[in-house]
Design a protein around this ligand. Structure first.
Ligand SMILES: Nc1ncnc2c1ncn2[C@@H]1O[C@H](COP(=O)(O)OP(=O)(O)OP(=O)(O)O)[C@@H](O)[C@H]1O
Length: 272
């Protein structure tokens, strides 16, 4: 397993205090005869970046889809901020404070970076269609607030230079950061990142690592990161959970998980 370090010493995470923000307990998901998750348990602590790793087919995306309530689990439970997600419908997940990015980008190419980021905040505004059409004062105020928040996030995500450029003209790594900024517009407590380094070059992965740490440190957002890029995971995570064949192999600090014999065996075994 390659273990390059992007950041020799990531800024110290807040000490673990109080109950975890997210608890996954004995979660099982089956698709016919395939057991995608087989009694998986782990915690995600507030203010931490938690990396979720595992070879192809380990169950990482299935777990993310459970967290977004796109999939249901047959047994066990997942709680966010003390509340079970079992009966929460998908459309209410964002309102609870959970945001996610997807492996495939969904940006509006002809719109600018600022416009794309602002879209992420529109579901938190209260203005209806008529009020928008009439440009009532509260609509202008909300619009101004959206612009302010988007501009702040654009700074955090190192996108200042391209703020007014159409998103479609920008390199893939930059576009990934636009998507990230948009996911943060709703002020989530938990951000789910699904393989954000896929398709990025070295410099873009470095920039991504910096912005993930900025998000955790500067915005206080808790991050759960599914990623194959070991350099990124080990460089930015405060804790790492390893899955294989739907089971939890190991959980602990990046160093502990990296050294765990079952994790090493799973990765060596999956190398073509
Ligand atoms: N909707 C589905 N229907 C049937 N089987 C599924 C479905 N989703 C996932 N699976 C199966 O569940 C298992 C876990 O898949 P999953 O996509 O969660 O793994 P993963 O760790 O995300 O893999 P990768 O790193 O390749 O994305 C696999 O055997 C997969 O084929």
């Amino acid at each position: 397993m390659k273990t390059h370090h992007l950041h020799p010493a990531p800024p110290a995470a807040p000490a673990v205090a109080g109950p975890p923000l997210l608890t996954v307990r004995d979660v099982c998901v089956r698709f016919g005869s395939i057991v995608a998750l087989d009694g998986v348990s782990f915690d995600v602590h507030a203010g931490h970046v938690t990396g979720l790793i595992g070879p192809n087919g380990a169950g990482k995306t299935t777990l993310f889809n459970c967290l977004s309530r796109l999939y249901a689990w047959q047994s066990g439970d997942i709680s966010f901020n003390g509340q079970s997600l079992r009966s929460v419908p998908t459309h209410r997940i964002a309102g609870l404070g959970i945001a996610r990015t997807f492996q495939n980008l969904a940006l509006f190419d002809s719109m600018t970076v600022l416009e794309n980021v602002k879209i992420g905040g529109h579901c938190t505004t209260s203005s209806g269609f008529a009020a928008n059409a009439l440009r009532l004062p509260h609509v202008r105020r909300e619009e101004l607030e959206l612009t302010e928040r988007a501009t702040e996030l654009i700074g955090f995500l190192e996108l200042n230079d391209v703020m007014h450029a159409p998103a479609g003209q920008l390199p893939f790594g930059t576009r990934k950061r636009i998507e990230l900024a948009r996911a943060l517009m709703n002020k989530p407590r938990l951000l789910l990142l699904d393989e954000p380094a896929a398709g990025l070059n070295h410099e873009e992965v470095d920039a991504l690592g910096r912005v993930i740490l900025n998000i955790r440190q500067g915005l206080g957002v808790t991050v759960l990161l599914v990623e194959h890029h070991m350099g990124l995971v080990m460089g930015v995570s405060d804790a790492v959970v390893a899955l294989d064949f739907g089971r939890r192999l190991a959980a602990g600090t990046p160093q502990e998980v990296q050294r765990h014999p079952d994790v090493i065996a799973a990765y060596l075994g999956s190398t073509p």
